[in-house]
Each structure stands twice: as structure tokens, then as C-alpha cells.
Design a protein around this ligand. Structure first.
Ligand code: DSN
Length: 451
């Protein structure tokens, strides 16, 4: 008998097909990626690394033909080594890096591995504060990293950009060992060059960019690459705009050599320090089925069509943002330069993000309630919602559908205003059902890949 889980997967397939995914950190992977994730590679233990000698200069044909001496702790690695080398080589090409570690299980693991590679307990990190748009792993007090290292937060200006003056003042005052640029709710393009100049004034300061949200935009050439502007390290997840399997990735510039020999702690040696920090420092066995899927995703992102995809993500986000503004929505930063939109529902319509998230869920539009900079309402009932266009762009929606989407969102906002609370939403079920049917009809015209 089939496990109950398969029924639930079937129901989730229906939910994904009949609804539209607006959570900016989600996407739909290709059939090839799904196949690799569900493959027998999951059976294999491969602690350690394939050889790294000369990897950036290698072409795929040579990697496929030759087996190099590796640094693994288990036998039977012939195929695994080739797969992991392909992933490393493609990631380096995609992001102009000297080195890639493709083993982090997630973005949080990737960030923690960089901290562990470079910091000693108590060392200072300067990163964007969580309320300003930073991520939990950038210093939220509830995390292990924040309890191990000393995080200082910089903020954003009223127009939604990084407060570079605040960043510079705090950098010169606290002399951080890491300056971190990264975010999960920030709609501008960071000025990496300006931050790199600030970092250069501080001895032994590692410049780290957490580009989890925009990695696909960087790969597609519509967002600057921090590694091209003097940053030493870039971390990312592989499943957001990059459209790969759920996982993490660390890219760096510097010396690439065997992680077996303990390297001197210098900025040039950061790639080797990172390898030792991922394994054995913070993780055990790598997920080789996921690494295979990452290799496929990097291959997909290297194709010319991915550039069009990245362009379309931003085009759709700008179109959606401007239509929302026209309909009376107040957006943080007055719009967007990337794939993200942050709506201040409280100021726009008087209700919080939670009721809006719930009402949109009822019509098949999925996004998440999100705090705004200096939000006094706390993270359980924040004053806004966050949405984005990576997933709907994968399905092929374009600018005219963005207009339809904005009109639905306005109608739902009117329902929320009239309802006043989540408990009253059922009173508006007829209106909600009409919109739900329209959403379903449109969604089914744009099938989810891989299903
Ligand atoms: N949880 C992710 C997001 O939604 O932005 C960040 O890791």
C-alpha cells in the first residue's frame, strides 16, 4: 500500500498548479533537477572533497574523463567525484569565482561555515539588521551565530537604501572582522564598490555578501556580482532566483589548494579555510543527490535563456510594483530594483500583513506577512507583506498578467478592509470564491514545470 505521504504530495501538486506562488524566495525546478534529487545518489556517503587542483581551468570534457586523487573518507567515489567537480566548475564559471564549495545543506549552513572559517568567538560582524531587511543568520539574537559572535547591525534610509554613512561609521568604530551585505527584504541594488572601499580601511576585514535572494539575477547578468567588486566571499541558497534544488553554496576568491594541509589564516587562503569549515567543521556527509541537482541547475543558469529569465523577473517585478502603486498600495522604497516587493499594508489600508496573507491564501495567491524597517508590531503580526516574481516568471507570466494580479490584490485588500479581522473573512466567501476561480483559471494556463 502506498504511504499516505504520496496522497499529500498529490494534493500539494494541485495546490501549486492551481495557485500562483508569490513568495519571493520560492521557485519551480526543472524535471531534470527533480530527477537528480530523487536519484540513487542519496545512497552514497562522500565525506571529504574531490581533488581541487586546477579546477577553475578545467573543461567539462576533461572532468568527465579523468579521475583525480581525492580527499574522501569512503571508497566508491568515482562517479560522485566527477559530479561534484562538475558542480564546482560550473558554479565558478557562473559567478566568476576561484572556488566553490557546493556542500552546504542550506543558506544558514553556508553562512555559519563562513563565520566559523574566519571568526573566533566574540569577534565582531557588521551586517544589515533584521528589521532593516537582513536575515536571521545576520545576527538575530535567537541564533547560535549571534550567541557566538558579536553582531552589530546597520540600517536603511527612509528611501529604502542601505544607510552607507551608518555602515561606515560603525565599521570604523567597531573594526569588524566581517562586513556582511545581504538581505531577505531589500529592494535596492547594493553599492558593493562603496562597501569594499570601507572594508579596505579595516585590517583583516572579510567582505562577505549573502546573495541568496538575487543569485539568479547575478547569474543572469541583471544584478552586480559582489566578487567583481572586491568581495572575498559570496554565499547563497540555490533554490530562490537561481532555480535549483533546496541547498547552499559558498563562492570565494583566493588560493585554491588541498584542504588537508592546515593553511595560514589569511584572506588569500579563504577558499581553503572555508572547505575545512564546511567539512569537518560544521557538516558531515554531503548530500550528493542534491549536489548533482545543483550541477544541473548551474548548467541551466549558464545557458543564454537564463539571461532572458532573469531580465523578465525584474521586468515583471517593476510592472507589478508600479500597478500596485497606481492602485494605492504604499511600497517600501517606492518600488523595486530587483525581484522583491514589500507592501506596507498598515499605512496603505489600515490592516496588518497577517490578515492579508490569510485572505490571499484563500484565493490561491501565496505570499508572506513581513516586518517593515522599524516595525513596532513585531514579527507575529507585522505591518506588511513581502512578495516577488521569480516563480511566476518561471511559469511564463508576463507584464499583462502582472496587471491582473495587482487588480486581484486590490480587491482582496478591499475585502480585508471590510472584514477587519481574519475571523470575519468567511462572511466574504462569495467574493473570495469568484477571485479564486479567476486565479485558478489563469494559473492552469501556465503549467508548473516538472509536474
Ligand atoms: N527564508 C528565506 C526567505 O524567505 O527570504 C531566507 O532564507
Amino acid at each position: 500500500m502506498k504511504d499516505l505521504v504520496f496522497d499529500l504530495i498529490k494534493q500539494e501538486k494541485t495546490r501549486q498548479s492551481e495557485g500562483l506562488e508569490l513568495i519571493p524566495s520560492e521557485n519551480y525546478v526543472s524535471k531534470d533537477i527533480l530527477t537528480a534529487m530523487g536519484s540513487i545518489l542519496t545512497n552514497k556517503y562522500s565525506e571529504g572533497y574531490p581533488s581541487f587542483e586546477g579546477i577553475p581551468g578545467w573543461d567539462e570534457a576533461r572532468i568527465a574523463k579523468e579521475i583525480l586523487p581525492n580527499y574522501r573518507y569512503y571508497g566508491g567515489q568515482t562517479n560522485i567525484d566527477r559530479i561534484e567537480r562538475l558542480a564546482i566548475n560550473r558554479a565558478c564559471r557562473l559567478f566568476h569565482a576561484d572556488h566553490a564549495n557546493v556542500q552546504p545543506h542550506s543558506g544558514a549552513q553556508a553562512n555559519n561555515a563562513v563565520y566559523f572559517a574566519w571568526l573566533k568567538p566574540g569577534d565582531t560582524v557588521l551586517g544589515m539588521s533584521l528589521p532593516a531587511g537582513g536575515h536571521l543568520t545576520h545576527g538575530s539574537p535567537v541564533t547560535l551565530s549571534a550567541q557566538t559572535y558579536n553582531f552589530i547591525g546597520y540600517g536603511v534610509t527612509d528611501d529604502g537604501d542601505i544607510d552607507y554613512e551608518d555602515l561606515e561609521k560603525k565599521a570604523l568604530e567597531h573594526k569588524p572582522k566581517i562586513i556582511l551585505v545581504g538581505f531577505s527584504a531589500f529592494m535596492k541594488i547594493p553599492d558593493f564598490e562603496r562597501v569594499a572601499k570601507i572594508g579596505a580601511k579595516i585590517p583583516d576585514c572579510l567582505l562577505m555578501a549573502d546573495m541568496a535572494h538575487v543569485a539568479g539575477l547575478i547569474a543572469g547578468g541583471v544584478h552586480p556580482n559582489p566578487l567583481d567588486y572586491g568581495f572575498h566571499v559570496m554565499t547563497t541558497t540555490t533554490h530562490k532566483t537561481l532555480r535549483g534544488p533546496r541547498g547552499g553554496l559558498i563562492l570565494s576568491r583566493g588560493n585554491v589548494a588541498s584542504p588537508l594541509k592546515k593553511p595560514e589564516r589569511t584572506l588569500e587562503n579563504i577558499p581553503i579555510l572555508i572547505d575545512r569549515s564546511v567539512f569537518p567543521g560544521t557538516q558531515g556527509g554531503p548530500l550528493e543527490h542534491i549536489i548533482a541537482a545543483k550541477a544541473i541547475a548551474f548548467g541551466e543558469a549558464l545557458r543564454p535563456e537564463f539571461k532572458d529569465y532573469a531580465k523578465n523577473i525584474v521586468k515583471n517585478a517593476k510592472a507589478l510594483a508600479s500597478k500596485l502603486i497606481e492602485l494605492g498600495f504604499i511600497l517600501q522604497g517606492d518600488g523595486t530594483e530587483n525581484h522583491l516587493i514589500l507592501i506596507n499594508t498598515k499605512e496603505s489600508f489600515g490592516f496588518d500583513g497577517k490578515i492579508y496573507e490569510k485572505a490571499l491564501d484563500l484565493v490561491g495567491l501565496t505570499l508572506n506577512a513581513n516586518s517593515l524597517p522599524s516595525d513596532a508590531s513585531g514579527s507575529f503580526r507585522p505591518s506588511g507583506v513581502r512578495l516577488g516574481t521569480p516563480a511566476i516568471t518561471t511559469r511564463g507570466l508576463g507584464e499583462s498578467e502582472m496587471e491582473t494580479l495587482a487588480l486581484w490584490m486590490k480587491k482582496i485588500a478591499d475585502v480585508c478592509k471590510d472584514a477587519g479581522s481574519e475571523e470575519n473573512l468567511p462572511k466574504f466567501s462569495a467574493e473570495l470564491e469568484t477571485i479564486h476561480n479567476e486565479v485558478r483559471t489563469l494559473a492552469l494556463k501556465f503549467p508548473v514545470p516538472g509536474i
